[in-house]
Design a protein around this ligand. Structure first.
Ligand code: ADP
Ligand code: MG
Length: 475
């Protein structure tokens, strides 16, 4: 469009007529009315800026009428030095290119993050292994119900941490995890409320504000999923709701069944969000909390809900609060979960453990010795091979990544000296192992951080295997 200095349109082309004038010519109209539906010239009219700076400054505007983004450029045609005679207005729909750009920058961010984190994830797995191990040992030693409950919670949180680390490791991989747990929405939300209580109950009381939970959870609503992922998602949503209510308020959580779906609605009476925030809420790293926020909460929630074949919608109004609605496909009843527990060991083994992390060694040793096994440990893989060549062990447990010689090489050497010794490979990297790496040298692989249940299960598998070998030694 071309406009005169009084903002009256003197020329409008066909696309302008179609988009802005319902097909009618725009000549004689004011540009601010046509573009912004406003009664007076726009406060952010770029004309004056353009003259002052001597460059054309494009302006990106979101147009509610079309729900699309437009990039506007304004070219002044000057009569004298500072007098505008007329100007050309040019607008381009950039919704598509903007989406593409956002997507690709988002992907770049994610892949960079994935690379950085995989190293961190590995180390973090070691840390969690010790935490989990110690907690499990303490659970065996304690009979105080309060202590046991607290230990259970630490254990659950450490496992959640572990699954978060795994998620980081899986960042750049397509998701292949199977959803095989049938989860009671009521039970899991109650658990999350308990885990998050320090944040919404204790902390708010300390600050002298009241956050009132209004909880309405139906029995017998089941979904298929991964409980630690879901706990994570619900925790993120609740934390955000509490953050949004710095002066207190009501946190309501309601679950319902509708047709073949179950829904969970998390509502708060907090600050609410602007349109722009709602739009970016799932972007990784988008936060309005400055250094206090990571901006990773809701992007994680989004991924988790999507993996659960669910849907998430956000409704919010500034000053009125926010509602996060989740919808999942329902499963009819609880399907029995296949667990790894319930395997009692009758026999005991002689076990040699090699890991360059001393804490992990000690923790594993304490646990296994407590079960009655005879345990030898070593942080040096070469020393370990010497020992094993002098004396036979039923089982060798080795870490994968160690300085000097890798767990796979060690496994190969052990098998060469003692073909019957069962080798368990424990690794924080195991996600990347190929079957051919393991073949003929490693009998079992356990990912870090592991639970003692998993170790026990593996030992019972070994016992079965050894019994079978004893019966049919030819194998
Ligand atoms: P973080 O909490 O670290 O900022 P999130 O991804 O969890 O990151 O959330 C991103 C942003 O979305 C928050 O910074 C906040 O602005 C907004 N948000 C999320 N949930 C709510 C809510 N319940 N009420 C108000 N704003 C919210
Ligand atoms: Mg958050």
């Amino acid at each position: 469009m071309v406009c005169g200095s009084d903002y009256t349109i003197t020329v409008s082309n066909e696309p302008a007529n179609i988009v802005l004038g319902k097909g009618e010519s725009l000549i004689g109209e004011k540009c601010y009315r046509v573009l912004r539906q406003s009664k007076s010239p726009c406060v952010d009219c770029p004309l004056q800026d353009t003259i002052n700076s001597g460059t054309i400054i494009p302006l990106v505007k979101y147009d509610d009428r079309f729900s699309e983004y437009f990039e506007e450029r304004c070219f002044p045609i000057l009569a004298g030095e500072d007098t505008i005679e007329s100007f050309i207005l040019y607008a381009k729909n950039i919704t598509k290119s903007r989406e593409l750009e956002e997507k690709s920058s988002q992907m770049k961010k994610l892949s960079a993050l994935g690379q950085i984190s995989s190293g961190v994830a590995h180390d973090f797995n070691n840390v969690l292994t010790v935490v989990l191990g110690r907690v499990q040992l303490m659970k065996k030693l304690s009979s105080d119900p309060y202590m046991l409950k607290s230990l259970d919670m630490i254990e659950k949180s450490a496992l959640d941490g572990a699954s978060k680390v795994r998620k980081i490791q899986e960042f750049s991989r397509p998701n292949t995890k199977t959803l095989n747990e049938s989860i009671s929405l009521k039970e899991i939300i109650e658990e999350v409320l308990e885990i998050t209580r320090p944040k919404w109950d204790v902390a708010s009381k300390i600050r002298g504000i009241l956050i009132e939970p209004v909880i309405d959870l139906k029995d017998n609503l089941f979904i298929l999923g991964d409980s630690s992922d879901l706990r994570n998602a619900f925790t993120n949503i609740i934390f955000n709701a509490v953050d949004a209510m710095p002066n207190g308020g009501v946190l309501s959580i309601k679950t319902q069944r509708s047709d073949n779906y179950v829904t969970a609605d998390f509502k708060d009476t907090g600050t609410g969000m602007t349109e722009e925030t709602i739009e970016r809420i799932f972007d990784p790293f988008f936060t309005t909390k400055g250094v206090l926020g990571t901006g990773l909460g809701m992007s994680e929630v989004y991924g988790i809900i999507k993996r659960h074949n669910g849907k998430i919608t956000v409704q919010s109004e500034v000053g009125a609060g926010t509602s996060i609605k989740l919808r999942f496909p329902a499963v009819k009843q609880r399907v029995d979960i296949v667990t790894e527990s319930g395997f009692d060991l009758t026999g005991t083994f002689s076990i040699y453990i090699v890991d360059d992390e001393e804490y992990i060694l000690e923790t594993l040793k304490d646990f296994l010795a407590d079960m009655g096994h005879r345990v030898q440990i070593n942080t040096d893989p070469n020393d370990a091979i010497d020992d094993i060549s002098k004396q036979a062990y039923d089982i060798v447990i080795t870490d994968l990544g160690m300085p000097g010689i890798s767990g796979l090489e060690l496994a190969e050497k052990v098998k060469a000296i003692r073909p019957l010794t069962q080798v368990i490979l424990i690794s924080g990297w195991a996600l990347n192992l190929k079957a051919s790496d393991i073949k003929n040298r490693v009998d079992f692989v356990i990912n870090k951080p592991f639970s003692f249940e998993k170790i026990n299960y593996t030992l019972s598998e070994i016992e079965e295997k050894l019994l079978a070998l004893r019966k049919n030694p030819a194998e």
